[in-house]
Design a protein around this ligand. Structure first.
Ligand code: PLP
Length: 494
């Protein structure tokens, strides 16, 4: 039987996994979501000795059940290879009182690599399956991290082209260099005179432009999206929760069947939703602890059941979590209201019209799985320092938000279940913040901080940033926001 993925906003809009990956977003504005869960046999006596790739095969074949075993082997072996700097792919590190699951060993040293290194292979495989001969053109607006991770994933993947737009004055020096030095003949990076919203708005406009779509089709091309609403980004994230659990069994930290908590630094709600799906296929999960920074709209939602985005947007040291509309929460809402698309659509429309919605008549068992709290800027910096002093380990600011929230949670609840912190970025991605938190030094430049971080932590500088200062810049195009479409047509020879 083939698993059904249904739009969260229209019960008649159902597709298979490979179709959902190709489409990205449902045309009705909803997100493709599984309405039942696959049966997976999680036998940890065997899984404890499985490689990351083997765990991936088990989980992915369950969720992406219209891909053949050969197709999945091809995707997995090309995604999780020497691009990662450790054969473990996602190592689990034991610290004082917690376990950090390091999701930052891929090419851009942030957790988006875990899914974006496999998505291009899913897409090209799905395209072949459905007899599509068009070249897939990925358009992405980025505020810094996603664009680089998407390019690293799609670089030199046959049958694809990727174009990334970023706000010229809106990213850090390291982030900008990571993008402008990107290799791969099919990668294009364009700085725009404007902010992230301008970039995002124009990208959405191009996606919805019928004339442009027809022009692409005439040239045997089509747009697709690599953003985190694509189910092809969500499912690969289920893998590492199962893998982490297997490592805890393997090292004797837990016995198979024992419940484990996961604390996840949350922005768009994709990563923690993957942990929820891991629980649905039988992983023994206690609590899913949703950690936010000062943009704490989710903390309030779990407390009051009201989602209210009408609040000040705060710029923090954990920028990938600076978000007021968590897109993937729509999938949890759908499950909370009993997979009711009509009700979900109503709530989402209320969010657009009034800036908020209130949840009533929901599945309390699902909501009870979650705990939520936030850490402010001072608490986050203090946590980086605390962990350094306790465990001689330096967390990045996103991971530190989760770590700080877990400390609060444990104090408040007395819950002593073993807890894994999803560690979403390497501190080398945010060296200034990390060094300042540990030493109190201020006013450091990015590359100066990088060297200090190396001295402090003893961790080798990852290839993603080593040599970045002197790497050849390959992309120098800069356009006005209004000329984005012209730049795309120019690149594609339309
Ligand atoms: C994207 C990101 C997050 C947030 O993950 P979501 O899946 O959007 O909740 C957290 N930390 C880092 C470093 C990220 O890049």
């Amino acid at each position: 039987m083939t698993l059904v993925y249904q739009s969260t906003r229209d019960e008649k809009n159902t597709v298979t996994a490979s179709q959902a990956i190709l489409q990205g977003l449902a045309t009705d504005g909803g997100l493709f979501t599984p309405v039942s869960y696959p049966q997976v046999e999680l036998d940890f006596d065997t899984l404890k000795d499985a490689s990351y790739q083997e765990v991936a095969k088990l989980v992915l074949s369950a969720f992406l059940d219209d891909f053949t075993a050969e197709e999945l082997d091809y995707c997995i072996s090309h995604a999780y290879d020497s691009k990662f700097d450790t054969p473990a792919i996602a190592p689990l590190v034991k610290l004082d009182g917690q376990y950090n699951l390091e999701l930052f060993h891929g090419s851009t040293i942030a957790f988006k690599d875990m899914a974006l290194s496999i998505l291009p292979y899913f897409m090209t495989t799905a395209a072949k399956k459905h007899g599509l001969e068009n070249k897939i053109v990925i358009l992405t607006a980025t505020s810094g991290d996603t664009g680089k991770a998407a390019m690293a994933g799609f670089a030199d993947v046959p049958g694809t082209e990727i174009i990334v737009f970023y706000p010229k004055d809106g990213v850090s020096k390291v982030q900008e260099l990571q993008m402008t030095t990107q290799t791969g003949d099919n990668t294009h990076v364009i700085a725009i005179d404007g902010n992230f919203d301008d970039a995002q708005t124009n990208v959405k406009h191009m996606f919805n432009d019928v004339a442009l779509r027809e022009k692409l089709a005439t040239n045997k091309m089509q747009f697709s999206s690599a953003n985190s609403m694509n189910i092809g980004r969500l499912v690969p994230q289920v893998v590492y929760y199962v893998y982490a659990y297997a490592q805890l069994v393997k090292t004797g930290q837990i016995t198979a069947g024992e419940k484990v908590n996961f604390t996840v630094p949350t922005g768009n709600f994709g990563n923690i939703l993957a942990a929820f799906y891991a629980k649905q296929i039988g992983l023994p999960v206690g609590k899913l602890i949703c950690a936010s920074n000062e943009n704490n709209v989710l903390t309030d939602f779990f407390k009051t059941h009201v989602y209210d985005k009408k609040r000040e947007f705060k710029v923090t040291t954990s920028p990938s979590m600076d978000i007021l509309v968590s897109s993937n929460l729509e999938r949890l809402i759908f499950h909370l209201v009993g997979n009711d698309a009509t009700k979900t659509k109503e709530l989402m429309e209320s969010l657009v019209a009034t800036g908020q919605y209130q949840l009533s008549n929901f599945d309390a068992d699902i909501l009870d799985l979650f705990a939520a709290a936030y850490a402010d800027e001072a608490e986050t910096a203090a946590e980086i320092k605390r962990v350094y002093e306790a465990s001689d380990y330096i967390e990045d600011p996103h991971t530190a938000v989760a770590s700080a929230v877990y400390q609060k949670y444990r104090t408040q609840t007395g819950d002593t279940a073993k807890t894994v912190i999803a560690s979403t970025a390497s501190p080398y991605k945010f060296p200034v913040v990390a060094v300042e938190a540990v030493t109190g030094e201020t006013g450091l430049g990015d590359f100066e901080a990088l060297a200090k971080l190396h001295t402090l932590s003893g961790v080798p500088v990852p290839p993603a940033v080593d040599g970045l200062e002197t790497a050849p810049v390959r992309h120098r195009t800069s356009v006005a926001a209004k000329d984005m479409q012209a730049a795309v047509e120019d690149y594609l020879g339309l």
